[in-house]
Design a protein. Structure first.
Length: 66
């Protein structure tokens, strides 16, 4: 038996997003094109996923108040 990490054999169905992926999409959909958007993507990918979800929730809440 191999030591170390072994990927799970059960794959989620196609088209299933988790809350982190949905939040990342929401934030990046409004990101500027070019270098600023690339920097934002880099920062978001290094963030704790829970922080990305909270940020997206803040954006949703701010948009609902308009």
């Amino acid at each position: 038996m191999a030591a170390g990490w072994v990927p799970c054999e059960v794959q989620p169905g196609a088209g299933v997003w988790n809350s982190y992926e949905e939040s990342l999409h929401l934030i990046l959909a409004g990101a500027p094109a070019g270098p600023s958007g690339k920097r934002l993507l880099g920062c978001l990918l290094r963030c704790d996923p829970r922080s990305v979800v909270v940020l997206a929730d803040m954006i949703r809440k701010a948009g609902a108040g308009r």
